[in-house]
Design a binder for this molecule. Structure first.
Ligand SMILES: Nc1ncnc2c1ncn2[C@@H]1O[C@H](COP(=O)(O)OP(=O)(O)O)[C@@H](O)[C@H]1O
Ligand SMILES: [Mg+2]
Length: 398
C-alpha cells in the first residue's frame, strides 16, 4: 500500500512479526492487539484505540513509528481546539512581512484606482499570491499527508476535542487527503499510518468510527502486566512485582476517579525498588500509594482497602484509623480475577460512562457537513480565517 515512490522495508511480515518488533522496542502486545496492528498496515486503514488512561495507546503509536522507521507526527487534541488549525495555519507573520517589503509594488497596483472599492478589488485579485503554498504552515495532519517519507500520524485523545474536529478529519481518514480551499487538495503520495486514541470520556461519532479499525484497549491481564513491569527493569524482585500487579488490579476494582494505569504500576515498582522493599506489606504500600493515586479521595479509598489486599495485611498498623474500617474495604472475593467488579460495583468503564452524561459537549451540537460547507464564501472559496471565526463564535455562544 505504501512506499511506491519511497520504498521502506515492508512494515510487518506477520502477526508474530508485529509482536516481536514491538517487543524489540519495549512494547508488549498481546495477539489481539498485534492482529489489529497487522491489519492496520495491510488494509491501510486508520485505527481507533479506545480505553482508559495509561493502557499504552499513545505508546503504541510511538513504538509503531520507531519499529517501522517512520516519522511520528502527533496532533494532541484539547478542548476548544480550533478544528481547522489541526490541519494547517496561514503564516500571518510572513504574510505581513511580505506586504511590508512589497509596499511599493502594492502601491503601484492600486495607484490609479479611481476609488476605494476599485483599490480593494485590485488587492483582492492578488489573494492567490498571499494564500499560496509559500504562506501555509502545515500542522501535523497536513504535514503527514504532504510527507514524502512514510509517517505515523498520531491523533491523540480525540475525545478531548469538540466533535467538529472529527468532522474535519473525515476527509483525511477517508481519502488520505486535505483540502485547502484557497489552494486545492493535497493527496498523500505515501499514505500515513494513522492512529487515533480516545480515553473514552465521550462517545465518538459513528462517522469517525466507521472509517477506522476499532480496538478497545483495556488494562492487561496480570501476566502481561507483569511482563511489562519486568521489561521496564524497575529493580523490584520478580515475586514482589507479581504481588504488586495483583494489588494494582484490586485497586482498579475500587470506585476510583482515576484508576492506576500500567505506567502507575511501573512507577510504583520503581519507587518500591528504590526504597529497597524486601517484601510488600500493607504499611509500605500505604506509605507509597501516593505514587500512583493522584486524587485525595482515591488515596483514601486505597488506604482503606490496602490492608485487605496483602497477606497478613489486616494486622498491619494503620494511619489515623483509615485502615481500621473494614466496612468500606472491598473483599477480593468481590472482584473478578481480571480486576473487574460485579455489575453492581461500577468499574472504571461505568464511571466513564457516567462522565459521558455530564455533557461536556452541549446538547444539539450539529456537525458541519464538511470543512467548508457551512460557511458563506466569495468566489466559491472559503478560508481558514472564516472557519476559525465561526468556531470562535460557536464557542462564545456556549
Ligand atoms: N504494552 C505495553 N508495553 C510496554 N509498556 C507499556 C505498555 N502499555 C503501557 N506501557 C507503559 O505505560 C505508559 C503509559 O502508556 P500510555 O501510552 O501513555 O497510555 P495511554 O495513552 O493509554 O493513556 C507508557 O509510557 C509505557 O511506559
Ligand atoms: Mg495517551
Amino acid at each position: 500500500m505504501t512506499g511506491i515512490s519511497h520504498p521502506v522495508p515492508d512494515a510487518f511480515e506477520s502477526v508474530t512479526d508485529v509482536i516481536e518488533k514491538l517487543a524489540a522496542h519495549g512494547y508488549i502486545a498481546d495477539r489481539r492487539l498485534a492482529i489489529t496492528v497487522y491489519l492496520l498496515f495491510r488494509l491501510g486503514k486508520p485505527v481507533l484505540l479506545e480505553g482508559p488512561a495509561g493502557v499504552g495507546k499513545t505508546e503504541l503509536a510511538k513504538v509503531l513509528a520507531a519499529a517501522t522507521g517512520r516519522r511520528l507526527l502527533r496532533l494532541q487534541c484539547y478542548e476548544g481546539q480550533d478544528e481547522s488549525r489541526a490541519l494547517y495555519e496561514w503564516d500571518y507573520g510572513k504574510q505581513l512581512l511580505y506586504t511590508q517589503l512589497l509596499r511599493e509594488k502594492i502601491s503601484e497596483i492600486v495607484a490609479d484606482a479611481p476609488d476605494l472599492a476599485a483599490a480593494v478589488e485590485r488587492i483582492g485579485d492578488q489573494d492567490g499570491v498571499f494564500f499560496s503554498d509559500r504562506f501555509l504552515s502545515p500542522r501535523p495532519v497536513l504535514e503527514a499527508i504532504r510527507s514524502r517519507e512514510p509517517a505515523v500520524l498520531l491523533i491523540d485523545e480525540i475525545d478531548r476535542a469538540d466533535e467538529a474536529l472529527e468532522a474535519v478529519l473525515l476527509e483525511c481518514l477517508d481519502e488520505y487527503q486535505v483540502s485547502v480551499p484557497e489552494i486545492g487538495t493535497y493527496v498523500a503520495a505515501v499514505p500515513p499510518c494513522v492512529v487515533l486514541t480516545s480515553n473514552n470520556t465521550r462517545d465518538l461519532s459513528a462517522a469517525l468510527k466507521r472509517r477506522c479499525l476499532h480496538m478497545f484497549l483495556d488494562y492487561p491481564d496480570a501476566e502481561r502486566e507483569l511482563e511489562i513491569v519486568r521489561s521496564k527493569h524497575t529493580g523490584l524482585p520478580d515475586a514482589l512485582a507479581a504481588q504488586l500487579v495483583g494489588v494494582v488490579r484490586e485497586l482498579r476494582g475500587l470506585r476510583l476517579r482515576k484508576s492506576p494505569g500500567i505506567s502507575e504500576t511501573v512507577d510504583w515498582a520503581r519507587a518500591l525498588a528504590v526504597l529497597g522493599a524486601a517484601e510488600l506489606d500493607a504499611q509500605l504500600l500505604m506509605e507509597t500509594a501516593n505514587v500512583v493515586l493522584k486524587y485525595e479521595r482515591d488515596l483514601k479509598r486505597a488506604l482503606e482497602a490496602l490492608p485487605h489486599l496483602v497477606p497478613g495485611g489486616r494486622a498491619a498498623p494503620a494511619e489515623e484509623g483509615a485502615a481500621h474500617d473494614p466496612r468500606r474495604a472491598p473483599s477480593p472475593a468481590h472482584t473478578h480475577a481480571n480486576g473487574h467488579t460485579h455489575a453492581d460495583e461500577p468499574d472504571g468503564r461505568a464511571v466513564r460512562a457516567a462522565m459521558d452524561q455530564l455533557g461536556r459537549h452541549e446538547v444539539g451540537y450539529r456537525l458541519p457537513s464538511g470543512p467548508s460547507a457551512a460557511e458563506p464564501h466569495r468566489d466559491g472559496r472559503s478560508g481558514q480565517g472564516q472557519r476559525a471565526f465561526s468556531a470562535a463564535v460557536r464557542r462564545r455562544a456556549r
